[in-house]
Design a protein around this ligand. Structure first.
Ligand SMILES: Cc1cc2nc3c(=O)[nH]c(=O)nc-3n(C[C@H](O)[C@H](O)[C@H](O)COP(=O)(O)OP(=O)(O)OC[C@H]3O[C@@H](n4cnc5c(N)ncnc54)[C@H](O)[C@@H]3O)c2cc1C
Length: 516
């Protein structure tokens, strides 16, 4: 886990091998008996087509360019519509695949089989259409017919002429439905990976920022919605002194660049070997330079906020503020966000306080950018900024939905907003895969309780626990709350972003003051 493996997983190797060049033969993912299950476990795609063929079969050779033409739309980092459908093939004439092909009762070559990826894992198909979760594609003889069949199946209207950043309404409308937010888990992982890479690339961990970095790692260990990011964060936390030796903290950027012995942290993949994927799904813009990372970072922060417990909320708030201030490399963004943090004069005592504060801070940014982007034309035309959630996404969040005009102030029902955010960023946004390296099979619950087993497992596997036994125990027990308690004791005697005083009502008035 600590070094980039030279033999990347089959999934990553295959996907990265896909290049858009003159050779039309390299979009389809080659599967065999060894990588078949692995690829299907890892893919973010909702559906898969497996083409069973034989390399000696002349009809299969003729069909290859047709199949590749469709795969170009869906496969790989350069795909026009990534993460929706994975197009694969298995050469049944290759001896190692004989058993695999037999499991799917292949009656002829080439034969196309459609199903959600999970259905293919460890499964067999008896060749019957009735009561089967597999659908043989009976009308895909040309690229045009195959795409038509796919469109019928998905209710989509994909065309070969689609350009890379021309998103279709079905999957990318800003009024996110539950299907879309479920897909955001992949962007949260991608954003975590990108944030981590930026921090290391820009050598941002110094004596004065080290604690902030470690605090945010603790927050992620306890409450990141992705299990593999929690595990990676825990691994870094308990091995930090080895991965990033303290002598590196004092080197300046030039010295670090010239230094031959960069710490192992630089090659660590915080969310596992499958990342980065190199593309965005929920956060995909309609232009090359819009949305992406900053959208993923917001979703990460919101999804953490709904998972913290009441007793942790103040520390989670401070940790988030400090992290964005020191590690979000957009200067205007980090300064503006920190100003909003600093203007909070009442303690954040509950999850609700924290969730609603972050929501209102995000809306404040939205409101500011609505003006800037429309005057400068710098926004994403397909995703204009809105005060969020819009009415169609959460009608009950609005007390005055019936009589809203452009200039009227929204009367929020804060309880409904809170419930909506808990659902949207909580139960709908969870790891959808089963990580074979992780011992816990259960999904994260709303409060992010992973069970401590996977964290304990990572500690047991750790070589050393240099950050200190206390921290390791806290990590193992998922005790961000315990750290929050210690912090709160300390906060009584020291000055922090937030003072102490009455809660609830004042936070709400602060939130309310932000809203139009
Ligand atoms: C901490 C932070 C501060 C930033 N500050 C600035 C800044 O000062 N200036 C600047 O130009 N850019 C700033 N950005 C970037 C900017 O906010 C957007 O992320 C970027 O313009 C991309 O916008 P987007 O359309 O993808 O939606 P984003 O604003 O990134 O939102 C992502 C998704 O979150 C959901 N969402 C939207 N609003 C809310 C809300 N109120 N509560 C919960 N969920 C919501 C929606 O589903 C949306 O699609 C900041 C980003 C971050 C993470």
């Amino acid at each position: 886990m600590y070094k980039k493996s030279s033999s990347l997983s089959a999934f990553q190797t295959n996907l990265r091998a896909i290049k858009r060049d003159t050779d039309v033969s390299n979009y389809v993912i080659d599967l065999n008996a060894t990588n078949f299950d692995v690829v299907f476990k890892e893919t973010p795609a909702s559906f898969v087509i497996v083409k069973f063929y034989a390399h000696w079969c002349p009809a299969c050779r003729n069909y290859k360019p047709q199949y590749e033409k469709v795969a170009r739309l869906f496969n790989g980092a350069d795909a026009v519509h990534p993460g929706i459908l994975l197009m694969t093939r298995v050469d049944c004439a290759n001896k190692i695949n004989t058993k695999l092909c037999n499991k799917f009762s292949i009656p002829y070559y080439p034969m196309l089989l459609w199903a959600p990826p999970a259905k293919f894992i460890g499964s067999r198909w008896n060749g019957k259409k009735e009561n089967s979760e597999f659908t043989p594609i009976d009308d895909g003889r040309t690229a045009e017919r195959l795409l038509k069949w796919i469109n019928t199946q998905l209710g989509s209207s994909y065309r070969f002429e689609d350009a890379k950043f021309e998103n279709d309404k079905l999957f990318h409308s800003n009024a996110s439905d539950s299907e879309q937010i479920a897909r955001a888990i992949y962007d949260v992982e991608e954003a975590t990976n990108v944030a981590f890479d930026i921090i290391l690339e820009h050598e941002m961990i110094k004596f004065d920022t080290r604690v902030i970095f470690l605090n945010f790692l603790q927050l992620m260990v306890a409450h990141h919605p992705s299990r593999r990011c929690r595990k990676g964060s825990a691994d870094i936390l308990v091995n930090f002194d080895d991965l990033y030796p303290s002598n590196m903290l004092s080197l300046d950027k030039d010295e670090l660049t010239n230094s031959t012995g960069l710490g192992a942290l630089h090659t660590f993949q915080i969310c596992g070997k499958q990342l980065p994927r190199g593309y965005w799904m929920f956060c995909r813009g309609s232009k090359n330079d819009t949305r992406g990372f900053s959208c993923g970072l917001w979703v990460l922060l919101h999804s953490i906020s709904v998972r913290v417990d009441d007793g942790e909320s103040q520390l989670a708030f401070t940790t988030t503020c400090d992290f964005i201030h020191k590690f979000f490399i957009c200067e205007e963004c980090s300064q503006h966000f920190y100003d909003m943090c600093s203007s909070v004069s009442t303690p954040i005592n509950t999850t609700r306080d924290f969730v609603l504060w972050l929501w209102s801070a995000h809306n404040r940014v939205n409101k500011r950018l609505m003006k800037t982007e429309s005057s400068l034309g710098t926004g994403d035309p397909k995703f204009p900024k809105v005060i969020w959630p819009p009415q169609q996404l959460c009608p009950s969040c609005y007390n005055n939905s019936g009589n809203l005009t452009n200039n009227s102030k929204i009367k929020w029902d804060y309880s409904e907003v809170y419930n909506f955010l808990i659902g949207h960023y909580g139960n709908m946004l969870v790891s959808r895969y089963k990580d074979k390296d992780t011992k816990v099979a259960s999904q994260t619950d709303l409060k992010g309780n992973t069970g401590s087993e996977d964290l304990v497992a990572s500690i047991n596997n750790a070589l050393v626990v240099p950050v200190g036994a206390a921290m390791a125990i806290a990590v193992a027990s998922c005790l961000f709350g315990a750290l929050a308690y210690v912090w709160r004791l300390g906060a009584n005697s020291s000055k922090n972003i937030s003072g102490r005083g009455e809660v609830g009502a004042e936070i709400l008035s602060f939130v309310h003051g932000y809203m139009i």
